[in-house]
Design a binder for this molecule. Structure first.
Ligand SMILES: *Cc1c(COP(=O)(O)O)cnc(C)c1O
Length: 423
């Protein structure tokens, strides 16, 4: 479900035609729908109504402060993976007690910042990290609320590069030593052992891996309680997939209500707070990337459309062979023919290719196109390779819109660089 649709032959973001926004801000740009963000958050949160839950939005999926503020108003917490994301979440008005801190490489400085902010929970991923956190907390005379992220050794069935819950992945603490590390943690003065955490991957479109991971961690909670640990929170991570194919018959990913049912069946008997860290499920279909065709060209019978956005703006296709539907902003006339074309960017890399042999209606230079489902892991992974300015971000809400990150000038882009006088 999203709010990007053709009206009167032009693709709209809610009530605003995208050609108008392109004229105002220039291309390329990201555009988010406030209604879609609100709807996705509510669908997810409502699936657990009446239970003690914290929905901690995964900040790394879409970290613009305006988006975080919008979600904060709905009651969302935040899952952060760096000091920078913690700073953003706090700046957006998300209270410390609704923030969880994940990630395999938290530094002591980041730990201290999070302890100062009084966060809800550290999801600790190794014994070495636990020892460091204990030291930092004791030096500040506080106790750090901790869940150990355990690795349940399940394959999530999504793309290899976004799977995190197999025993050879870098994430989490091995299942075989988890109970020992909990025992060790319980002896540390700076550590308050309070939860169990699991996150098995991203873009998961099948409920079975969730079911097997969640029943394993639920059993672990019982074992740990029997061993005397006061486990009050169970963090089940993120990972619920979203539809990327809107034009064919690919079966849709599970609805949050069905996901909630799996959790009801595996964890509802435990009587503890449930934490979720959805990212893509909330942000994915709430955003698009709009670009313009710069040139068409043909090499030895192969046809290319060259856009003014590149892999620096949207890296998912280059990084994980991701599919994005790409549609013209002007609705193609009914019955118009299609042909196969490669859709590429201007960056000097062969991987700067968004689609290969894509069946597209006719395009010509100057036409606008939209990449659908680009809200999550889109703008956040943008970079300035080839000294291309970061694409700006727009937020639309009904007939209102605002630029929530403007395009930097070239001066701003090089302002942090210095030439030493000995050069
Ligand atoms: C990336 C990540 C998430 C969010 O995953 P989605 O697939 O976007 O829901 C949640 N938790 C952790 C620890 C992550 O690394």
């Amino acid at each position: 479900m999203h709010h990007f649709e053709y009206r009167d032959g032009v693709l709209h973001a809610e009530d605003i035609p995208l050609d108008r926004l392109a004229g105002e801000i220039g291309t390329p740009f990201y555009c988010y729908s406030a209604a879609t963000l609100r709807r996705h958050y509510s669908v997810f949160a409502d699936a657990f109504k009446g239970q003690d839950t914290l929905v901690a939005f995964s900040v790394k999926s879409l970290s613009n402060v305006a988006v975080l503020s919008l979600l904060a108003k709905l009651g969302a917490g935040a899952d952060v993976v760096s000091g920078g994301e913690l700073f953003r979440a706090l700046r957006a008005g998300i209270p410390g007690e609704k923030i969880v801190f994940s990630g395999v490489g938290k530094t002591r400085a980041e730990m201290a910042d999070a302890l100062k902010a009084g966060i809800c929970q550290f999801n600790v991923e190794s014994e070495a990290e636990l020892i460091a956190l204990d030291e930092v907390a004791r030096s500040m005379n506080v106790r750090a609320p901790v869940a150990l992220r355990v690795n349940p050794d399940v394959a999530a069935g999504s793309h290899d590069k976004i799977s995190t819950g197999r025993k050879t992945d870098k994430f989490g603490i091995s299942w075989s030593i988890a109970a020992d590390v909990y025992a060790r943690a319980a002896t540390m003065e700076g550590i308050d052992v309070s939860g169990v955490d699991v996150h098995i991957g991203s873009q998961i479109t099948d409920l079975a891996p969730f079911g097997s991971a969640f029943s394993k961690v639920a059993a672990l909670v019982s074992t740990l309680r029997d061993q005397g640990h006061d486990i009050r929170r169970l963090d089940l991570g993120g990972g619920l997939g979203v539809p990327y194919h809107h034009q064919d018959a690919t079966p849709p990913p599970p609805h949050p209500l069905d996901y909630a049912k799996v959790i009801h069946e595996t964890a509802s008997h435990l009587d503890l707070q449930l934490i979720f860290e959805p990212g893509r499920m909330i942000a994915g279909n709430a955003g698009i990337l709009v670009a313009r065709v710069t040139y068409l060209k043909e090499n030895e019978g192969r046809h290319f459309a060259i856009l003014d956005c590149g892999m620096n703006d949207l890296i998912r296709p280059a990084l994980y062979d991701a599919w994005h539907d790409i549609i013209p902003v002007t609705e193609p006339a009914e019955g118009v023919g299609t042909s196969l074309i490669d859709i590429v960017g201007p960056v000097c890399e062969s991987t700067d290719r968004f689609a290969r042999n894509r069946d597209m209606p006719p395009l010509k230079p100057g036409d606008l196109v939209a990449f659908l489902t680009a809200g999550a892991y889109g703008a956040v992974q943008g970079n300035e390779y080839n000294t291309r300015p970061l694409a700006p971000e727009l937020l639309v809400d009904g007939d209102r819109h605002a630029i929530i990150r403007r395009r930097p000038t070239y001066d701003e882009m090089i302002a942090r660089e210095d030439v030493p006088d000995w050069v």
